[in-house]
Design a protein around this ligand. Structure first.
Ligand code: ATP
Length: 354
């Protein structure tokens, strides 16, 4: 306990609903354990620039559990990726006697966290991204709120589609992952869902719309993940041409990042924030807090980054050869599990439809 005098908390990468709840929980947990806590502004940029605020009491972080965005702000910081930038950050930590960092963000944030840990600043990552695309964890803070936002927007589109007997092709977020799309596709009763990871049977989607229209169905929703770049808008045109159903295109875009965090995000963010502080105080470093099989646990950041690269097919033969057998087994099993879950949800989304 003596070792930890001061902990810094930052949010980095894209913002996600629940980041504030996580900051609040970690800060309050520090205060309760007699640790001085700093809120670092604008992620690693603020760390380099010594832009941080002392949390003097629980009041400093009140009314945050329900607030979206991130009150710590976020920024992308290329300087932090350089040795020079890293040394500046370490000097700022030393100057402020910060001997532990909690970094809330995505895989890029974890790369930075591992660099800090390796240079003697114990750092723990927490997955915060609306895309739920960290394969080491079953859940990332912000996903539930984002999908609920999509549901509420699409329900509104459904209302007007029903009135006017239209179809709406809705593009949802997820550059690298179709998670938001498959969950939203199921939850909005979309007639078809298309994602980057798996083949889309467009001819079948057209037939389904025509068949359902003949059976008397007035409104149709098609969900497309933004990973399929430039696909959604022309698809709307093709649907109109090939089915005769008037079809509009709608990109929900950044509205998906905002909004009051849901129950799941508030509770998960709080649990992960508390876990990160507890793990730092136990002497853990270079790990990411994860949810696995319903339990809050930790995975080594290096392992989390390896499974991410393996999952995305980015590992070089040299990297693969360097994996230890036990590590390889875990990485493979995790990757297979995430892929098979996506396959299962995608099949459901396209089989059980409106
Ligand atoms: P999101 O999934 O929302 O994009 P992210 O954490 O992956 O979140 P990035 O922009 O990739 O977002 O990374 C956030 C920050 O982490 C970067 O601006 C940079 O400061 C730091 N970072 C990213 N990659 C590295 C790296 N290889 N080494 C050190 N720091 C890095």
């Amino acid at each position: 306990m003596e070792k930890f005098r001061r902990i810094g908390i930052l949010t980095s990468g894209g913002d996600a609903p629940g980041m504030n709840a996580c900051y609040r929980a970690a800060a309050r947990c520090c205060l309760a354990r007699g640790i001085v806590v700093y809120g670092i502004k604008e992620g690693y940029k603020g760390l380099i620039e010594d832009n941080m605020k002392l949390v003097t009491s629980t009041i400093d972080v009140n009314n945050l559990i329900n607030r979206s965005g991130t009150v710590l702000y976020t920024a992308r910081c290329d300087e932090f990726k350089t040795e020079d930038g890293m040394q500046k950050a370490i000097a700022v930590c030393k100057k402020n006697q910060i001997d532990g960092i909690i970094a809330i963000g995505g895989d890029g944030t974890f790369r930075g966290a591992t660099d800090l840990s390796e240079r003697g600043i114990p750092t723990i990552g927490i997955p915060g991204t609306i895309d739920n695309d960290i394969p080491a964890s079953d859940y990332t803070i912000g996903f539930d709120t984002a999908v609920n936002t999509v549901i509420s927007m699409v329900d509104r589109l459904r209302d007007t589609c029903e009135s006017h007997a239209r179809c709406d092709v809705v593009e949802v977020m997820g550059h690298w992952s179709g998670n938001i799309a498959v969950y939203a596709g199921i939850a909005t009763g979309a007639i078809a869902t298309a994602i980057k990871e798996l083949p889309f049977d467009e001819a079948k989607a057209m037939e389904d719309i025509k068949r359902a229209r003949l059976a008397g169905k007035r409104s149709f929703i098609v969900i497309v993940s933004e990973g399929l770049k430039g696909f959604a808008e022309p698809l709307a045109q093709r649907i109109q041409e090939q089915t005769g159903v008037e079809t509009k295109f709608c990109r929900l875009a950044h509205v998906q990042r905002g909004g009051t965090p849901t129950l799941r995000d508030r509770v998960m963010a709080t649990r992960m924030g508390v876990e990160a502080v507890d793990q730092l105080l136990k002497g853990q470093s270079n790990v990411v807090v994860c949810e696995l099989d319903g339990k809050i646990t930790t995975v080594g950041i290096e392992r989390a980054l390896k499974v991410d690269r393996y999952f995305k097919g980015k590992c070089t033969p040299e990297e693969l050869a360097a994996f230890k057998p036990e590590e390889m087994k875990w990485i493979q099993e995790r990757s297979d599990y995430v892929k098979s879950t996506m396959q299962m949800l995608y099949t459901i989304a396209n089989e059980v439809k409106a």
